[in-house]
Write a new protein. Structure first.
Length: 94
């Protein structure tokens, strides 16, 4: 199951508010033109994976559920505007 950082949840809530959307912040991660994309969505598709974190609902399209399973959704602040990024989770063994 992907993890969502606190920075990412704050960023998604901020974007949700800027768009003037009602209800809790809900986004869907999908594949668009061969790249990851995001759209605001109040309800998941039937086969989406749902991840909830601090009042944000993230719906992950079925075809991305396995590839994103061990990932972290975070915010990168380099550049003009913050943007969401997906990173592979690193497991450390001692």
């Amino acid at each position: 199951m992907p993890q969502i950082t606190k920075d990412a949840t704050r960023h998604l809530k901020r974007l949700h508010a800027e768009k003037g959307l009602d209800g809790e912040a809900s986004v869907r991660i999908l594949r668009h033109s061969g790249r990851l994309g995001m759209s605001f969505s109040q309800t998941p598709h039937d086969d989406d994976t749902r991840v909830d974190q601090d009042g944000v609902h993230v719906y992950i399209a079925r075809e991305l559920a396995d590839p994103l399973d061990r990932s972290v959704i975070d915010v990168e602040t380099a550049g003009e505007r913050p943007r969401l990024v997906v990173r592979r989770r690193v497991s450390m063994s001692v």
